[in-house]
Design a binder for this molecule. Sequence first.
Ligand SMILES: *Cc1c(COP(=O)(O)O)cnc(C)c1O
Length: 403
Amino acid sequence: MTQPHVSSHPDKLKFITDEKARLEREGLLIRIRTIESPQGAWITVDGKKVLNLCSNNYLGFANHPQLKDAAKRAIDAYGVGPAAVRTIAGNTVLHNELEEKLARFKGVEATIAYQSGFNSNLATIPALVGKDDLVFSDELNHASIIDGCRLSGAPIIRFDHCNPKSLEEKLKEHAPAAHGKRALVITDGVFSMDGDIAPLARIVEVAEGFGALIMVDDAHGEGVLGTNGRGAVDHFKMHGRVDVEVGTLSKAFGVVGGFVAGTKVIIDHLRQKGRPFLFSSALTPADVAACSAAVDILEASDDLVQKLWTNTRYFKSKMRAAGFDTGRSETPITPIMLGDAKMAQQFSRRLFEEGVFAMAIGFPTVPIGKARIRVMISATHSEEDLNLGVEKFVHVGKELKVI
Ligand SMILES: *Cc1c(COP(=O)(O)O)cnc(C)c1O
């Protein structure tokens, strides 16, 4: 076997080893675990069977028999790879079918599917605004929104988190229309680290008053909020008033990919202008077919969504009764606020030893001093699973003197 080549000028890489040492010192170095089983309430991690409290597999679709069957049939019919970007080599009928199904599900004219939710933001924001325009962005918006805004070149005006009043003040102060600029207001539907919901109705009213384009990234709202999991816009009955909804197919939908929902005018524009659409290959037939099956299941029944919420209410009330601080969460995303990043890492490590997989989250994903364990509730959990989770949290919490 050949040995890998090592750098002949290691000094050039000192900035990397220094940074790694710093992350380690501050309890911020990320260690990636290896999963050796399908996703579910219980998974095998680094050789150990543990209760899974950290996946975005809200509805259990990541290992759902109907999705797996659809993916297998798609592979038999269309093979494994898309072979190129869609604008050059075309796409399968499955891609068109998924986009049509998603449009019906979301109650919009059209949708466009991308390779990920992250790409959906990178594709969409620069297609809507440029350096002469303005973006108004919630200060806690997801990293992919921030990167999409940066790519657009438009100045980014941050408004206070979930604060329509602050948005209004910023819009007044910058008076985009008066200066002939387009304004784009962007918010997460559900905030991924705190689990709180954007006050969408008020944000839309404010933005409409200034003629701004309105975009919601609903990665954690899809499959969770609204009728049969139709998302935040449905939850707030804001149909037709949000110009662009970004969704992901990799969380509640259980597969991988992202999409944008909106009017035909906007979606057609994104097919011409979205760079990750024009310059990166399509989702595979198996991904697309599995996502289509997920939409079918959601259309047919809200049982899984209801189970998700029953589990969420049950777990949160038990954790609060035990003395844990669950922050401002209103959704299945349940942060257990601990403050110190090293404490959060130690807590997570002890939970793992006790057979519970729940990850510590620290800076830069959340602000310094706001480290936490982020528990993700799923419809796949049974009541016994949740009881066990609470019991282990209490055990470790007492040991580390958190409660
Ligand atoms: C997870 C997430 C994304 C990225 O979605 P992927 O499909 O995993 O790329 C985008 N926006 C928000 C708000 C998210 O939470």
